[in-house]
Design a protein around this ligand. Structure first.
Ligand code: SF4
Length: 401
């Protein structure tokens, strides 16, 4: 490896790839630290190509803590690509329960079907071939290929980039320049040729445990002696945090409607069923893209918490209970009782939901006439159709599951 610049953003110098001796020292130190400190994760014991693919897909938007039990459950249910390809989408979504971002499960399923249809079930053998599949971007493809196939390729997500930027940049302008092709080239030059998968996983572990956003623990970092950002005193401020869209605070209510020991589940994309007696309007009208393929619970509109009558009203749950009572027709003579079950918090894209969960015990013999078409009744011990994470939380809050 030479000392040539690896690329430059317009108007700013890109950092150079480390010289071979320095790169070798970085690899030696980081891998020694990894051998001592690596996280004990279920997919790391004997990494298979299929298991690594599933794990890396789960880890795209889910923490290791949440992904680990789901990974074991998923592999027990679909032990190989043929089993996954042969499954119904509803079963795949059910097995994905608890992970959220169900688009990943749909992509995984579509990719498995492609692999079986076009390659007779043989999984891709290179990073480039992995990238051809739905749901597999450059980072995931690099992680799979390096960990399970030993291909000498980098896997750079925002976490790995943070470590590389701090390691190599002594000025904020350099940090800004280290992206795109320049970043790819530097990352590729650093991958350990003998342990590419371990190198990439070591970077991930270091980013999580030591080189954290905002507050890097440089005093315990195995790379501190070679870190340019630390030497320059800018480790905590590079790379600059990406601008994020401001979250939208929302209040709504979900209904847990019980009849003869069964719970009402409404079909994917069901529009809000009961409105609160307020002038505020829903911040969202189309729920189909959010809940594709996932059943849920009857819901009210999504009200902006910033609206005075919504945000300041500490009687929101009481108003919601009244709305559900009216919706079900209890005021018109139907038999049943309504109670507040509690609240749950949930995040969907940029929305931060504050959800009042209402419980309604339906005592008439006939099911409520207002139940939407396609609804199903399920006993708490299941089996359930694929359920949204929000509905799962609300059922737990109501003590049903
Ligand atoms: S010395 Fe600090 S900033 Fe540099 S890589 Fe280590 S933890 Fe990150």
């Amino acid at each position: 490896m030479g000392n040539a610049a690896v690329g430059a953003a317009r108007g700013a110098p890109a950092p150079r790839a480390p010289r071979p001796r320095l790169a070798a020292g970085l690899r030696r130190r980081l891998l020694a630290w990894y051998d001592e400190s690596r996280r004990d994760l279920p997919w790391r014991g004997h990494p298979t190509l299929y298991g690594t693919w599933i794990a890396e897909t789960m880890l795209q938007q889910t923490t290791v803590v949440a992904a680990a039990p789901c990974w074991e459950r998923f592999l027990a249910r679909f032990p190989d690509v043929r089993a996954l390809a042969a499954a119904d989408e509803a079963d795949v979504l059910c097995a994905w329960s608890g992970l959220g971002y169900y688009r990943r499960a749909r992509d995984l399923h579509a990719a498995a079907r492609l692999i079986v249809a076009k390659a007779n079930g043989r999984l891709p053998r290179t990073r480039n071939a992995w990238q051809e599949l739905p749901g597999v971007g450059p980072y995931t493809a690099g992680a799979i290929a390096s960990i399970a196939l030993g291909e000498i390729v980098p896997a750079v997500d925002a976490n790995a980039r943070r470590v590389l930027v701090r390691l190599l940049c002594a000025a904020p302008e350099e940090a800004s320049a280290l992206r795109g092709r320049a970043l790819e080239a530097v990352a590729a030059a650093l991958v350990d040729p003998h342990r590419p998968g371990d190198w990439n996983q070591a970077l991930m572990d270091l980013a999580t445990a030591v080189c954290r956003p905002g507050a890097p623990a440089c005093s315990i970092c195995p790379l501190s002696g070679q870190c340019r950002a630390r030497a320059a005193g800018i480790a905590a401020v590079v790379p600059p945090a990406a601008a994020r869209r401001a979250p939208v605070a929302v209040r709504l209510s979900l209904l847990v409607l019980e009849m003869a020991g069964a719970i009402l589940l409404v079909p994917p994309g069901t529009a809000p069923l009961a409105s609160l007696p307020v002038a505020s309007r829903s911040v969202r009208d189309d729920f189909k893209p959010l809940y594709r393929g996932l059943f849920g619970l009857p819901a009210t509109p999504w009200y902006a918490a910033r609206d005075a009558e919504i945000g300041r009203d500490d009687g929101f749950a009481r108003l919601a209970a009244r709305a559900w009572r009216d919706w079900a027709g209890l005021a018109r003579g139907a038999a049943g009782s309504v109670g507040e079950a509690g609240t749950v918090k949930h995040a969907i894209t940029t929305f931060r939901l504050d959800v009042a969960v209402t419980r309604l015990q339906w005592l008439d013999k006939e099911t409520p006439a207002v139940c939407p078409a396609g609804s199903v009744w399920r006993r708490p011990d299941g089996p359930f159709p694929p359920l949204s994470s929000l509905a799962t939380k609300a059922l737990r809050c109501a003590g049903v599951t």
